[in-house]
Ligand binder design. Sequence first.
Ligand code: GDP
Ligand code: MN
Length: 409
Amino acid sequence: MDLYEYQARDLLRRHGVPVLQAEVTADPLAAERIAQRLLSGHCPLVVVKAQVRTGGRGKAGGVRLARTPAQAREAAQAILGLDIKGHTVEQVLVSEGADIAQELYASFLLDRAGRRWLALCSAAGGMDIESLAQERPEALARVGIDPLEGVTPEVAARITAAAGIAEPLAGRVAEVLVLLWRALVAEDATLVEVNPLAVTPDGTVLALDAKVSLDDNAAFRHEPLAGTGQDVAADPLEERAHGLGLNYVRLEGQVGVLGNGAGLVMSTLDVVAAAGTRHGGVRPANFLDLGGGSSTEAMATGLELVASDPQVLSVLVNVFGGITSCDTVAGGIIAALGRLGGLGKPVVVRLDGNRAEEGLRMLDQAALPGVTVVGTMDAAADVVARLAHEAGERQAGASDPRPDTPQEA
Ligand code: GDP
Ligand code: MN
């Protein structure tokens, strides 16, 4: 999970990383009050920053300096609602600002291929770090970190030396590197990035920006992030699915998809998308892996969730029976649809594998209204795409204010 900057800054602060005071808000007037308070301290300026989970905010006009509370309000007004790479700004961070003498770059990230961690560090940080990495790769030091050794003061000194940072600054940067590493380990992060790691005219080193990604698989070891609107950007259906323990990802199409096994579901998405090219360009509406069990309970919850997406016009259940046999799955589908009283949307079922014949016979006998059983994955994808397309046409026809308009055959 990627954190917002304000969450990442709080996290780093808890581990002793030097971070300036800041507060988050969705209201320009509140931004003015926060700025008033911060400016009445010792800081010469405040920075108003878009809180979106993407980088390059500075270049997109999402970071503005303000020297008066009124300027902070205006900056917040200008930034709130901005679209930055497809993310709408719903909150801004109002932070103490620093005078910057030099911008450095520092990060730790997981190097999966190398089975270790990687430290990246540069004396030329700031907004152009990506082009720096491309044009002058030697200016971005890369130092492998042994996960068992970690970042000791000695390792940190090696990193600053590789980045060409000289004493006395190097020692202060190395201290921050050790703290960043401790934060990464303690919080089970897979990425900690600070850009800029700024040096002020008096030589203080400050993390002015922070990007942290946490390992979701370790979430159980940590307190949930405190009341932070961390789900602001999440899709409501995905949130519900997550609460139900379903492995669901919402996409943009019209064909709901359920299957067992991530690989099968992924290839089902491809096959549905391909079939859609023959049926008005319909596309898969979601990924949903019911997992190995595919119990009645999981099937009912999954079907109901997928069909509750207003974009969904038809639903495909694609199951390959392995340990879970197809008759169990068929029983689950029959019980689930019975319990839900149908879905109100056409359902296509394709079963294959262990005890497929028995499963198909059960579905045949149940003769569920609105359910079509199709023998192969390709044919099932074709039928479900056609049904979605037809339903879409009917909807468009029904909402057409001019019933006399000639309809396409
Ligand atoms: P990003 O563009 O999304 O990475 O956002 P940053 O937080 O890194 O801000 C972009 C740029 O704004 C930085 O590289 C700095 O040049 C500038 N900036 C951010 N905070 C401050 C600050 O406290 N003082 C000054 N003078 N500039 C800042
Ligand atoms: Mn940055």
